[in-house]
Ligand binder design. Structure first.
Ligand code: FAD
Length: 407
């Protein structure tokens, strides 16, 4: 194997939240890690709600203190059926205290999360952070290498694909995908509003998809802030994208049934066509996939990055320090550890989304019965809450509680 200065034990491609967290976790476990990518911290009107397991991972890596000022707590999650269905049921509320937690999680702007993780990666001994994009991938018996667009080459025994949905590394490893599209676009925005959110996120289930308001921390001059993810048909999205900020904010207020009072937009808006992606396998010779390179689905129930964070934590457990990080045994352990969780989340989000779009009476009835059962059967509600925050099965060591309940 080439022993030039650009050789490391593990090379991560992609500097999104999953890749950066993996770089810190793996370096702290003693591996020599190089991570390559272009760090994107431009405001994107996109936030991520990180649940209890992800917060434990971040806490165990010593990252929570730097993120805390940017966090907004999620104590209560409310679902409102706004489909106009015959089987419409009253709002259902889930409280973190019902499952013994102070909060379900914390919401943070994606750009701030990436910026803070990049700073932490820079400061972590054992991590080498390289700016640039990977162009070419080559896999050999005992190592893999990537060539950057500017011609630099980096080599490692294990390559970790954290380069998102259109992963170049996944394609280079010849891992196939199943991809599908939904007739929906998610419009996103950051909002300032008149009334407090009371640490509660509200998901209105509309016939075109969920309309979700998630708490954000206040700022000087803007004490009440939330993020919005509004899924709708492509035609409606085009119409609303053409509205100026004032008219768009009025539309949002109306759809929110004036829950948070008057609203104004803060910063740019986002638009994300909705699709799903499932990789045919999570590893190949010298390569593993994590985060959106491995799985993708619409932002319902805040599952995407939380699933990616579990990929990171399990990967840490599957590699045995002191041995070859890209050994077939380690890759097989990772594949086995992650398959079920990823399949269950992908299917669950797909079914819920399609049940909203469907509009057929039997499907509406089933969804209504499901929500009614959740509202009235406390043990079922608690089981669903626990599963949403952290699935059953083995908890990776980086997500175990090493301290107090309250992060
Ligand atoms: C509107 C919306 C709301 C969401 N809300 C939530 C939520 O509340 N909770 C939650 O858990 N999830 C949420 N998600 C999902 C979450 O945002 C993603 O799962 C997460 O950002 C994926 O992170 P990642 O690091 O795997 O990939 P990405 O964020 O896609 O990062 C990939 C990185 O790889 C880099 N890259 C790509 N190609 C190359 C290359 N050739 N060379 C080098 N680098 C490359 C990119 O520049 C990027 O930096 C939401 C998603 C959307 C769209």
């Amino acid at each position: 194997m080439n022993d030039a200065h650009d050789t490391s034990e593990i090379l991560i491609v992609g500097t999104g939240a999953a890749g950066l967290t993996a770089s810190i976790a793996l370096a702290r476990a003693g591996w020599a890690v190089t991570i390559v990518g272009s760090i994107d911290t431009a405001p994107s009107a996109r936030t991520v709600a990180l649940f209890d397991g992800s917060l434990r991972l971040l806490a165990n890596l010593g990252l929570v203190e730097r993120l805390r000022p940017h966090f907004a707590a999620l104590e209560t999650m409310r679902i409102v059926d706004d489909t106009g269905s015959l089987f419409r049921i009253p709002p259902v509320e889930f409280r973190a205290s019902e499952i013994g937690l102070d909060v379900f999680g914390e919401n943070i702007e994606n750009a701030i999360l990436v910026e803070q993780l990049a700073e932490a990666a820079h400061a972590t001994p054992g991590v080498t952070l390289i700016e640039g994009r990977v162009g070419k991938v080559e896999l050999r018996d005992d190592h893999g290498s990537v060539t950057m667009d500017d011609g630099r080459t980096f080599t490692a025994r294990l390559l970790v694909a954290a380069d998102g949905r259109k992963s170049r590394l996944r394609a280079g490893a010849r891992i196939g995908t199943r991809e599908w599209a939904y007739p929906q676009v998610a419009l996103t925005a950051i909002l300032r509003h008149e009334r407090p959110h009371r640490d509660t996120s509200t998901e209105f289930h509309t016939r075109q998809g969920p309309f979700t308001l998630v708490p954000l921390p206040g700022r000087p001059g803007a004490p009440h802030r939330s993020s919005l993810v509004w899924m709708m048909s492509p035609g409606e999205a085009r119409r609303r994208q053409a509205l100026d900020d004032t008219l768009f904010a009025r539309d949002i207020q109306r759809q929110a049934h004036f829950l948070l009072g008057g609203m104004t937009l803060e910063g740019p808006r986002g638009a994300f066509p909705m699709s799903g992606l499932s990789a045919s396998q999570l590893s190949a010779h010298r390569v593993v996939l994590i985060g959106d390179a491995a799985h993708g689905f619409p932002p319902i129930g805040a599952q995407g990055l939380n699933l990616g964070m579990r990929d990171v934590a399990h990967l840490g457990d599957c590699l045995t320090h002191g041995s070859d990080p890209g050994s077939p045994e380690g890759l097989a352990r990772y594949e086995a550890a992650r398959q079920t969780d990823i399949r269950v989340r992908t299917l669950g989000v797909d079914m819920l989304n399609r049940s909203l779009l469907n509009g057929l009476l039997p499907v509406d009835a089933l969804r209504g019965v499901g929500l009614l059962a959740l509202a009235n059967i406390a043990p079922l509600r608690r089981a669903v809450m626990r599963e949403g925050v952290m699935p059953r099965g083995s908890v990776p060591s980086l997500m175990r509680l090493h301290g107090t309940k309250s992060l």
